[in-house]
Write a protein that binds this ligand. Structure first.
Ligand SMILES: [Zn+2]
Length: 249
């Protein structure tokens, strides 16, 4: 349970970003702590029961794929005073999918928060949010779900690549990309897999510089840009200082 583990006096901070693949499953718990009539997430009071049945009037939920118009409606619902509880809770799953327009609309809300707002958003990776949103929120990194199970599925080649990034081994990284990039979907899935691991491990070594650039690159891949270009650009930018040095030499 997240609340017991991470939040003093069971107080859920707001605005809060939950970062992790399976963030959505934690929302109910966080909402219960806010909308329970005994303030103990008892599970038995009318407030808790409504949350569990998904129809508490003070809980507004949406997905990152929400359209701008609907998002505006939800934001104005948020502005209303709570109907039954003391607060209104706004949860957004997979907010990394939200358009820049939607993210900017949320940003305005975050700039002038009202006392009765609890704003919780879930993302697979923080780097897919606007920096201005990230900087206004507390970020809770969720523990990995299946790190060990997945570790066994990695081939030697993949492990070598992951380490090559970590240690900034240009040659090994390049060789791997050369052998894998031609099939776009396959390459996309690989990048997702590596980024997930890097995130779970707190971005070891050079992953710290590379991950945000690759996250941006993923969005480009969705728009059909050549995977090799996406990779080369991210890698070169991540090594910027070094590249400049080599160039000068
Ligand atoms: Zn309750």
């Amino acid at each position: 349970m997240l609340v017991d583990k991470y939040f003093k006096h069971h107080k859920v901070p707001s605005p809060l970003i939950l970062e992790g693949e399976d963030h959505a499953r934690h929302f109910e718990e966080l909402v219960l702590w806010n909308l329970c009539e005994t303030q103990a997430a008892c599970g038995a009071c009318p407030g808790c029961k409504k949350v569990k049945k998904n129809f508490h009037p003070d809980w507004i939920h949406m997905d990152g794929s929400v359209k701008m118009e609907e998002f505006r409606e939800k934001l104005s619902a948020l502005r209303q005073k709570p109907f039954e509880a003391k607060v209104r809770v706004f949860t957004m799953a997979h907010f990394e999918d939200a358009s820049t327009f939607v993210q900017n609309a949320l940003l305005k809300t975050l700039e002038e928060p009202l006392a009765h707002w609890i704003i919780l958003m879930g993302v697979r990776s923080r780097f897919r949010l606007l920096e201005t949103i990230r900087s206004r929120c507390l970020i809770l990194k969720l523990p990995p779900v299946s790190q060990e199970a997945e570790a066994e599925e990695w081939s030697d080649k993949e492990r070598k690549f992951y380490t090559a990034i970590q240690t900034q081994n240009h040659l090994d990284a390049y060789q791997f990309v050369e052998s894998e990039w031609k099939e776009r979907d396959h390459f996309y899935r690989l990048l997702l897999k590596f980024l997930k691991r890097a995130s779970e491990e707190g971005y070891p070594g050079h992953w710290l510089q590379l991950a945000p650039l690759l996250e941006r690159g993923l969005a480009e891949l969705e728009r059909n840009i050549n995977p090799k270009i996406v990779w080369d650009r991210a890698w070169a930018t991540s090594l910027d200082d070094k590249y400049e040095l080599e160039y000068r030499l």
